[in-house]
Design a protein around this ligand. Structure first.
Ligand SMILES: [Cu+2]
Length: 139
């Protein structure tokens, strides 16, 4: 009687172990296929996220009666932040039809404008010191 009982336990373990091995083999082969399918779209979305944030805003500084950088290229409709680091008031005003114009920017203050939606090269000046010149290139 004592010999019969352990025999049944061993049989049950062997059958159960074989089932577990088959289940694991089936699982891992499915997992590899799914993992490869998921990795490609995940990489694509990750690489597009940083470029979106870079397009968000551009910066122009005014220092020593100079626009820095003097030439800036942005995408249509980009928000441009202008920081006046001088101790006198400046403006950043597009020439011609004035597609953008910050108005007066007091010393130490910041102003923003939205780049035109049409591609092109837009010269601008400071209307207070008209020898100050820069160019915004939209493309
Ligand atoms: Cu000025």
């Amino acid at each position: 009687m004592s010999l019969t009982y352990p025999d049944r336990v061993h049989t049950a373990l062997r059958v159960g172990g074989a089932c577990v091995l088959l289940a694991l083999a089936g699982c891992s082969s499915n997992g590899d296929g799914n993992g490869n399918d998921t990795a490609t779209p995940a990489t694509t979305s990750a690489s597009s996220a940083p470029s979106t944030s870079n397009v968000g805003a551009a910066h122009i500084s005014i220092k020593n009666f100079t626009f820095i950088p003097a030439t800036l290229q942005v995408r249509p409709g980009t928000k441009v932040i202008v920081e006046n680091q001088d101790s006198v008031t400046h403006t950043l005003t597009a020439t011609g039809d004035k597609p953008f114009d910050t108005g007066d920017i007091d010393p130490g203050e910041t102003a923003t404008f939205i780049a035109p939606s049409t591609s092109g090269s837009y010269p601008y000046i400071c209307t207070i010191h008209t020898n100050m010149k820069g160019t915004l290139t939209v493309s």
